[in-house]
Design a protein around this ligand. Structure first.
Ligand code: FVH
Length: 294
């Protein structure tokens, strides 16, 4: 197989996500080659017009661009190690497998040493959203490689470029996980609390949603404080917030609800107050978050 047309694309890894990626390429009219360790998973895609490559090397040679979406980076490296230099040289690999920034940078180095172009990526969407604008896919690595393949990447969703450091996409990905779990855990804390008064989750959810959206509005202003390194208490001082945390802990404990999460908030706030930041605004806690702990 040859790298025939500029817009042909290969997808390696046909799990839930890989199959959605390949299907979106096919739908957008791109000649699509696929490969998967368990070849039977390619059946429906082949029926829709995909070509199944017999080996991973043939798959990579079939297109100028190869998208990789496997379980994790060790699986990616195990697979890429099977390729010889002639299969890697000159091709572009975009690795959309989830991982951390060190794994991304290391894989970028590995690919570069073998003559391949490499972009790392992170998919901020579930498989059914792939192929719609809702599917934001983050990329990082050499800008010219992103620009060259953006017309093909557009078939998957909203292709977003973050910067030259190949670790950036994974870094945003894990930072997003912090946001997601923090919001969900806060919501669960509130849901457990209101349940002690007989309020069900569905009744509380709209209120919680409104609150979360309201708090999200504070972020740009708070971010300015962090970037300036100056935290004047324009709305509320940290020591005021810490007193409110005491109410949350007391209410949780009195109601027989888990108080671990509010105690964690409070411990961090107390440390910042002890360091003399009680009169400053909440984002001063960035200093607690920016050092090792836990
Ligand atoms: N599914 C989702 O909602 C998301 C959302 C955002 C990010 N991801 C990430 O995408 C990666 C793949 O996820 P997935 O959902 O497609 O995962 P699976 O359905 O479990 O498919 C895994 C594929 O990886 C292949 N594979 C695993 N190990 C190896 C290996 N050593 N050598 C070759 N291939 C390997 C596996 O092959 P097979 O089991 O079918 O033979 C699947 O193709 C992941 O990083 C998510 O975090 C998903």
């Amino acid at each position: 197989m040859n790298r025939t047309t500029e817009t042909s694309v290969t997808v390696i890894g046909l799990g839930l996500m890989g199959r959605a990626l390949a299907a979106a390429f096919l739908k957008a009219g791109h000649a699509t080659t696929v490969w998967n360790r368990t070849s039977s998973k390619a059946g429906p895609l082949v029926a829709e017009g995909a070509r199944l490559a017999p080996t991973v090397g043939d798959a990579v040679k079939a297109s100028p661009l190869t998208i990789i979406c496997l379980t994790d980076y060790p699986a990616v490296r195990e697979l890429l190690e099977l390729l010889d230099a002639s299969e890697l040289a000159g091709t572009t690999l975009i690795n959309l497998t989830s991982g951390d920034s060190a794994q991304a940078r290391d894989t970028a180095r590995w690919a570069g040493q073998r003559g391949a172009r490499y972009l790392d990526g992170a998919i901020m969407a579930v498989p059914p959203a792939i192929g719609t604008a809702e599917a934001v896919i983050l990329h990082s690595g050499p800008r010219p490689d992103f620009d060259a393949h953006k017309p093909v990447l557009d078939a998957l969703g909203t292709a977003t470029y973050l910067g030259e450091d190949p670790g950036l996409a994974s870094l945003y990905d894990v930072a997003g996980l912090a946001m997601m779990w923090s919001v969900l855990n806060a919501w669960l804390q509130g849901t457990a609390l209101v349940a002690t008064a007989g309020v069900d989750a569905a009744t509380y959810a709209p209120f919680a949603r409104q609150l979360a959206a309201g708090v999200a509005e504070w972020l740009p202003g708070y971010a300015e404080q962090i970037d300036r390194g100056s935290f004047p208490a324009e709305v509320s001082a940290l020591e005021t917030d810490a007193r409110a945390m005491e109410h949350l802990i007391a209410e949780s404990e009195a109601a027989g609800v888990n108080a671990e999460l509010p105690k964690l908030f409070k411990a961090m706030a107390d440390r910042a107050i002890a360091a003399g930041h009680g009169g400053e605004q909440y984002p001063v806690l960035i200093e607690e978050f920016s050092r090792p702990g836990g």
